[in-house]
Design a protein around this ligand. Structure first.
Ligand code: BYC
Length: 333
């Protein structure tokens, strides 16, 4: 298990072009818990790691709109529809804050979108599973947003300022999302036997993919050691996964549902739940693009991008017109 102390991880040698005194000053600032800001000097590998993680995080928010968007027209009441619409819109907003944070690192929105569309950039595995019933909307809010908050709360103290500040707002909204999902599940679990069975079936299908969301185990996570050292990640994949299991199991019990893991057991000595073996072959297959609805998700994003071209062109033409009007007005005194 990795620790959050920089001293416990070996230093990555500076790239040849990077002056050792700059690297040392950067590392001292990180160790001192100062935020690194866009105009500050930073090692190229730190910048690249951030672009990778933040852009993938942004893509996850935007692709994450699809499984839930699929149920907006079929929500069971006007109230549920309005809430779901607002939630999905929030996710789009999270994508925008995150793309903007990544742009401060010198990458463009177009480059990031291109990487998503061509499969060079990843997005969370969780969104490659289908939403089959209304109960899945409850499970996504409760489990997927619940897992997302667990991961994102520590990211509010990530070392890169724009990412940390984006996370503050995202976390506030995610906690509302988690509660709306839990409320849907709680209502179904207390409903007719058919409704309760729907809620249990959704938990059965979403539990394992949700705990995979935290990423590979620490001893098989190539990026964790360096990211923890740079304080991009403040906790490791396994530490966050354990916290999520510990918080979520009692919630399932409280509403009379069963977590689909026969090996799940409270371990008095550790003060944590022990859980069964995760199917990492399934995880890596989904990471590679073999998830049940992976192709459909990427196609939906590409279609939206192509169909939205006229909007982007119109916005650019409008901005150019405004700029030339302002120039003329300035020239005329
Ligand atoms: N899915 O060395 P590791 C949401 C990749 S959206 C896909 O541990 P790292 C929501 C990983 O990228 C919330 N790929 O990597 C939206 C790496 O490959 P690359 C999404 C994964 O970066 C709408 C390789 O596996 N949250 O909440 O240190 C509706 C090795 O992994 C996954 C974020 O994005 C995965 N699950 O740690 C509802 C949080 N896991 O990139 C809800 C921000 C691992 O080297 N991201 N991989 O080719 C992070 O905290 C970290 O990037 C991760 C992975 C913990 C995900």
């Amino acid at each position: 298990m990795y620790t959050t102390e920089m001293s416990k991880n070996p230093a990555r040698p500076a790239a040849p072009s990077e002056a050792p005194e700059l690297v040392a000053a950067f590392e001292a600032r990180v160790a001192n818990d100062e935020f690194i800001e866009p105009k500050d000097w930073m090692p190229e590998a730190y910048r690249k790691t951030l672009v990778r993680q933040i852009s993938q995080h942004a893509h996850s928010e935007v692709v994450g709109m699809l499984p839930e968007g699929n149920w907006i027209s079929r929500a069971p009441s006007l109230r549920r529809k309005a809430v779901l619409l607002a939630k999905v819109q929030d996710e789009g907003g999270h994508g925008l804050y995150l793309y903007s944070a990544a742009e401060t690192l010198g990458t463009s929105r177009d480059q990031m979108i291109e990487a998503l569309h061509t499969g060079k950039a990843k997005y969370s595995t969780i969104f490659n599973y289908p939403t089959l019933t209304w109960a899945d909307i409850g499970a996504i809010g409760w489990l997927v947003d619940g897992a997302a908050i667990m991961n994102q709360v520590p990211l509010q103290r990530t070392s890169y300022g724009p990412y940390a500040r984006a996370m503050v707002r995202v976390c506030k909204e995610e906690s509302f999302h988690q509660r709306q999902g839990f409320e849907i599940t709680m209502k179904l679990a207390a409903g007719t036997p058919e409704q309760k069975a729907m809620a249990q079936d959704a938990l059965n299908r979403w539990w394992w993919p949700s705990i995979m969301m935290f990423g590979p185990p620490d001893d098989n996570s190539p990026n964790t050691a360096q990211s923890v050292r740079w304080r991009i990640k403040r906790e490791t994949n396994d530490e966050l996964r354990q916290k999520f299991v510990d918080v979520t199991v009692p919630q399932a019990e409280a509403i009379g549902l069963t977590v689909p893991d026969p090996d799940l057991k409270w371990n008095e000595e550790r003060g944590h739940y022990d859980y069964g073996a995760i199917d990492w072959d399934e995880f890596w297959a989904v990471v590679k693009g073999e998830g049940p609805v992976a192709k459909e998700r990427v196609k939906a994003r590409i279609d939206a991008w192509e169909k939205g071209a006229w909007v982007r062109e119109a916005a650019l033409a409008h901005a150019a017109k405004q700029a030339s009007r302002r120039q003329k007005e300035a020239a005329n005194g």
